[in-house]
Write a new protein. Sequence first.
Length: 208
Amino acid sequence: MSVDTSPTDGRRAKGRRTRAQILEAAADIASVEGLEGLTIGRLAGELGMSKSGLFAHFGSKEELQLATIDTARGIFARNVVAPAKEAERGLPRLEALIAAKLAYLRREIFTGGCFFETVRSEYDSREPGPVRDVIEADLQQWEQLMVRAITSAKKAGHLRADVDAEQLLFEIDALSGTASLRHQLNGDASLYDRAEAAIAARLRAAAL
């Protein structure tokens, strides 16, 4: 039995595809220039669209910024969080999260490296507001996910019971973040190998 698709349904589907295309381009631009660098004119030029056609998808710059963060969050989740969920709980899942995060950084899915590192630096000294609050909430979600993985590894006996989960997370993120920052500055991808080796050594020490 065939299912008729109305012209309205077709237009909506096209609109969703166009909006997704706009937001993927916006996330890539923001990874380099920050969220404040996002303008209707900048995006219109990047995508070859009219300003009026692009503006119809967003009611304000803040709406565009929030939608861009949401798109970047989805990309991060698909490339880092989802693959790691296939690993066993405990140390295997923790290692899978770390490996997936480093692979995400290595592949330069965003031109400017990690989208979230860029926007966190951009907003870290700003007053609370809708955009800053969402950026902070995303960081907290990542930290909670990692702390749960570390805690699970402790409960499974893969890591020592006295390991400070938040301290270990801080060290892991510091190492991967430093590799990402320096790679963006000098293009040396071997820095991720150094971060990987340092993190692996830290995990071995935590397992003693």
